[in-house]
Design a protein around this ligand. Structure first.
Ligand code: PMP
Length: 297
């Protein structure tokens, strides 16, 4: 459908209760090969299914059908530039009750041109948020549910209002969780460390990719363990990562420089390597992407 032909009711359950599961997927245009590369759609659709299960919502198409639909959508939109794909499964029924069963659901995917999330060449400045990350005991952060994103909105807005680029949230018991829409890695004592999936993070696709890249490029395993806030202040390198965020080296936290206050050596290398892989320009990581257009060959 054309965007302006889509109709959503004012009383739609999802609008009032945040009852929707969604994903954010990127496609990158490679000018070198004149090809659009869809980045890791399958894990995003697997996570969407997990979110739907948690919400007892039903996602009829299989993972492979969803990937095919996405490729077709990009082709029909004739996209030949960096793009963002947003699948969303939402309670479209017009019912006034918090009970979620027997409410009509709608599934949609839209694609739109989309460039950079943030300018990150020189790194970003962060604060530790005064808002806590939502707890799995209240709103499960491992599901990508629209209603849960008010937490990210509060975290991000506080950072921007205070003159920072981003904020890092802590769990209810004070461990480092993640950025507003990005996972976190720290380099400390020659080791990469990232919070475990039980510290109220979204189980990021990019997080998984970076763990693999850290192994392949540097021969290092990433330790998954709880991180204390004070560890961040003394760490050697810090970075945030996500599909939208890409890879954001953090150069300052709460007005303390990270390392020497410049983009860390390994973070800078990872960022270049990640962006090349995402753009389909790296032979080593060719399996990360799916070409959208039939190749000239
Ligand atoms: N955490 C949150 C809260 C997010 O919204 C995102 C973006 N989806 C991420 C982490 C990063 O996840 P991914 O790498 O799968 O995009």
């Amino acid at each position: 459908m054309r965007y302006h032909d889509v109709r959503i009711g004012l009383v739609a359950h999802a609008l009032h209760h945040g009852t929707a599961c969604f994903e954010g997927i990127r496609a990158y245009w490679s000018a070198r090969t004149e090809q659009l590369f869809l980045l890791q759609p399958a894990p995003h659709y697997e996570r969407l299914r997990q979110s739907a299960r948690l919400m007892r919502m039903s996602l009829a198409p299989t993972r492979d059908e969803l990937v095919e639909l996405t490729l077709e959508l990009l082709r029909r939109n004739d996209l030949r530039e960096d793009a963002y794909v947003r699948p969303i499964l939402f309670k479209s029924g017009e019912v006034i009750t918090p009970a979620m069963d027997h409410i009509a659901e709608t599934f949609a995917i839209y694609a739109t041109p989309y460039g950079k999330h943030a300018e990150a060449t020189n790194g970003i400045r962060c604060m530790v948020s005064s808002w806590r990350r939502i707890s799995d005991q209240a709103v499960p952060p491992r599901a990508k549910i629209t209603g849960a994103y008010i937490n990210s909105c509060l975290i991000k807005s506080e950072a921007v209002q205070n003159g920072f680029d981003e904020a890092i949230s802590l769990t209810m018991d004070g461990h480092v969780s993640e950025g507003s829409v990005a996972n976190l890695f720290m380099l400390r004592g020659g080791k990469f460390v990232t919070p475990p999936i039980t510290d109220d993070i979204l189980e990021g696709v990019t997080r998984g990719l970076l763990m693999r890249m850290i192994r392949d490029e540097f021969g290092l395993e990433t330790e998954e363990r709880s991180i204390d806030r004070s560890e961040l202040y003394g760490c050697d390198e810090l970075l945030l990562c996500g599909t939208g965020a890409e890879l954001l080296p953090v150069v300052e936290l709460d007005r303390r420089p990270i390392g020497d206050g410049r983009v860390g050596r390994l973070s800078g290398r990872l960022r270049e390597c990640y962006l090349a892989a995402a753009r389909g320009e790296s032979a080593r990581y060719a399996d990360w992407t799916i070409p959208v257009w039939p190749s000239a060959a």
